[in-house]
Design a protein around this ligand. Structure first.
Ligand code: ADP
Ligand code: GLC
Length: 483
């Protein structure tokens, strides 16, 4: 099965969030199941070709693409996903990809991803390689199914290809001026009122993907249901209800080569289910890094997040002082995003310097330390398509505290509601009170070390590896191809 996997970010090359983790791991898992996978992504300015040993392609260079009135050329570089044999094709076009960040709000943001999508087709044509599956991710490759059916359909390489759009986050839709349709090469009738790419008067890459893809997946079964409701559909719920027959949820996995306490290359010491007592030493080392005192009696809570309204940290604002004043808890925060949220955590650190430490920014190594060293991990998300951090937490014996939504609902079982199987703490209402009482329950659990250890081991023993999810994608590919 030949799979063309198109993505805007991919570990270890470029990452703003979980999409990169998925893109770095799922293609490898598909390859292990016998698929021949080629990954396509932009060569952003931030990707150091020398550091990653990328190779300039002597065959795939100066390839022209017409984007509206602009004639653009791109070169191609090759990289790998570890030693999996999966080749990553980097689309090199400084005009579009040498910017100060991966995503921008520049006027040509749509062109940046129109190029990525055409480039994938052009490279496949140069290879004379016929993809059985065109696997797209989020709006940045949402037009690929429409392009396959309307622009590249003359080429027999793509005649039998099926397309899958994975929705990692419906809140980001790639909505642009409908006049820009000419840049895509697709017919302008597609953005006429009620047309397949028109949404609320804009040209929507995400809607185009939903309409034209042969299957739409989202990254957890619960989120697949939620996005069909107005509360979670970000305006596309009606479209998703219309196409519900082709929508399924497939839960993400985690890359256990990278995220496991027994193999983690950042933390010290490493530990496993058999040496769980060493987790305390990781906690002590983590606290030292953050300049906080270590005391075995004090529970440590961790946060690692993009600080956006999605993540629900506004719920902590009215209750954090109370929690810090009435308990001996400590909190370490790693995140960046909205200024008001960053300021809130900074203020908490200034007011409670012995209990709170904050690192504003992005730091992969610290993320590993916090997952490993914390006792509890807080994710009060307003919505969460899948969420990877709660699965990392489970793997590291760190109890997740989550709101019951999306992938959080599908992976974390509340220990109070289900004492036999519980692996964390779950609350339902999006209120500060619900979060407060749940954190207070966590404090109680911390004082019962036997109970704590039992719950930790449940999470560590659970299987969240990619194999199971990848099997589901392969089954879907087969259904689409041969049904
Ligand atoms: P989302 O993709 O919505 O941000 P996920 O839980 O799926 O949420 O994935 C987030 C990923 O990004 C995780 O791998 C997490 O460790 C990482 N991450 C988020 N913020 C930071 C940060 N400030 N520093 C390092 N890693 C971060
Ligand atoms: C998105 C979602 C997150 C999910 C990730 C990977 O960024 O916000 O919940 O885990 O994609 O699918």
């Amino acid at each position: 099965m030949n799979v063309c996997f198109i993505t805007s970010e991919c570990v270890p090359y470029a990452k703003t969030g979980g999409l990169a983790d998925v893109s770095g791991a799922l293609p490898k898992a598909l390859a292990e199941l016998g698929c021949a996978v080629k990954v396509f992504m932009p060569l952003y300015d931030s990707i150091d070709t020398r550091l990653h040993n990328l190779v300039f392609s002597e065959d795939l260079y100066e390839i022209p693409v017409q984007i509206g009135n602009r004639s653009v050329v791109f070169n191609t570089w090759f990289g790998n996903l570890g030693d999996s044999g999966v080749k990553v094709h980097f689309i090199d076009c400084p005009l579009y990809y040498h910017r100060s960040s991966i995503y921008t709000s520049d006027g040509d943001e749509n062109e940046r991803y129109i190029l990525l999508q055409h480039a994938a087709f052009k490279i496949m044509q140069r290879y004379n390689w016929s993809p059985d599956v065109l696997h797209c991710n989020d709006w940045q490759s949402g037009l690929v199914p429409a392009m396959a059916k309307n622009i590249y359909h003359w080429d027999e390489l793509f005649r039998e290809s099926v397309s899958v759009l994975t929705v990692h986050n419906i809140a980001y839709q790639g909505a642009f001026d409908p006049q820009d349709i000419y840049k895509t090469g697709l017919p302008s009738s597609m953005v006429a009122k009620g047309g397949p790419l028109e949404h609320n008067g804009a040209m929507s890459f995400m809607k185009g993907g939903i309409v034209y893809a042969d299957a739409v997946t989202s990254v957890s079964p619960t989120y697949a249901k939620e996005i069909q409701q107005p509360q979670y559909g970000a305006g596309l719920d009606a479209i998703l209800r219309t196409y519900h027959h082709k929508l399924t949820g497939i839960l993400n996995g985690i890359d256990t080569d990278v995220w496991s306490p027994g193999q983690d290359t950042y933390i010290k010491p490493r530990y496993t289910v058999k040496t769980l007592n060493k987790k305390q030493r990781v906690k002590a080392n983590l606290l030292k890094k953050f300049g906080l005192e270590y005391d075995e009696e004090r529970p440590l809570f961790g946060i690692i997040s993009r600080l956006t309204p999605q993540k629900g940290f506004e719920l902590l604002q009215p209750i954090l002082s109370h929690l810090l004043q009435t308990s001996n808890m400590q909190l370490v925060v790693l995140g960046s995003g909205e200024e008001s949220s960053e300021q809130f955590f900074q203020l908490a650190k200034d007011l409670y310097p012995e209990q709170v430490a904050v690192f504003v920014g992005y730091n992969n190594e610290l993320a590993h330390w916090i997952e490993a060293g914390a006792d509890f991990f807080i994710m009060p998300s307003r919505f969460e398509p899948c969420g990877l951090n709660q699965m990392y937490s489970l793997a590291y014996g760190t109890l997740p505290i989550v709101r019951k939504t999306g992938g959080l609902a599908d992976t974390v079982i509340d220990v109070y509601s289900d004492p036999e199987n519980g692996n964390g703490l779950v609350f339902e209402d999006f209120t500060s009170y619900a979060l407060l009482t749940t954190i207070q329950r966590a404090l109680e659990i911390y004082s019962d070390s036997d109970a704590l250890e039992t719950i930790r081991l449940r999470g560590m023993n659970a299987d969240f590896s990619w194999t199971r999810s990848a099997e589901k994608y392969v089954a879907l590919y087969n259904r689409l191809k041969y049904a």
